[in-house]
Ligand binder design. Structure first.
Ligand SMILES: *Cc1c(COP(=O)(O)O)cnc(C)c1O
Length: 227
């Protein structure tokens, strides 16, 4: 089932990419594998997902020890607590959910201690929802400028978890805001900052998200089944 699901999703991605004037290979498919066992993840990697995304540090460490992510880049996509920073830096290829200046600093400090550069995305709370983490859109430029002074990190783009609505148009309203922000920020020239990834879209919304300019989608239940 996992393989069939991925093939179907790849077809949908290809169609949506074409509609928005891009190639299928321009879109990164991240398998969001929270709560799913190592065997499932290995199956998804064998079926050709581009990366695997995890939400919880402890769960990720356990599956990492089991070799779950061999053969695919590992992304951290969950809420990152300060006291867990040291566990993800250098282990994850991309930390997508960096939601504050303080976290940028902590990640940079750890990466420098390890002698590496950590790739990160800045999480934008595009719906300005109080229960969600992330910077608000208006803070993005200033935060990228701030990040340019921090050694040990490279900011490669933006990530968003917009509010979800049953009506497509309402979801697209937020995708559009994010895409415009992404385009604006892509044009900025800062050290350590190169905004070229826009991570948005999940199982229920990835097709619309791609049509609105996303180039990285995080898909869980449509690949692995419901949690
Ligand atoms: C769980 C999760 C996803 C995937 O959600 P689905 O609706 O199962 O596709 C994507 N992004 C983040 C941050 C998640 O926590």
């Amino acid at each position: 089932m996992i393989k069939e699901n991925i093939l179907r999703i790849r077809e949908e991605i290809a169609k949506a990419a074409e509609i928005s004037g891009r190639k299928p290979e321009d879109i990164t498919l991240v398998a969001a594998s929270k709560t799913k066992p190592t065997d499932y993840i290995k199956e998804a990697i064998a079926a050709g997902v581009d990366a695997v995304g995890e939400n919880r540090v402890q769960e990720m460490m356990e599956k990492h020890d089991e070799g779950a992510y061999q053969g695919a880049p590992l992304h951290f996509i969950g809420h990152l607590q300060s006291n867990k920073v040291n566990k993800v830096v250098g282990v994850c290829d991309l930390i997508e959910s960096v939601s504050s200046k303080r976290l940028l600093e902590q990640i940079g400090r750890r990466a420098e201690a390890l002698g590496i550069t950590q790739n990160v995305l800045l999480e934008v709370n595009v719906g300005k929802e109080p229960q969600k983490t992330g910077i608000i859109p208006e803070e993005t430029e200033e935060t990228l400028e701030y990040a340019s002074h921090i050694r040990g990190i490279k900011v490669s783009g933006l990530m968003a978890i917009p509010p979800f609505f049953e009506e497509n148009e309402k979801n697209c309203y937020y995708f559009d805001i994010m895409f415009k922000l992404f385009v604006d920020m892509s044009a900025k020239k800062y050290d350590n900052v190169s905004v070229r990834l826009l991570s948005m879209g999940m199982s229920d919304t990835y097709i619309d998200a791609i049509r609105y300019g996303s180039n990285m989608v995080r898909v869980g239940s449509a690949i692995f089944g419901y949690r």
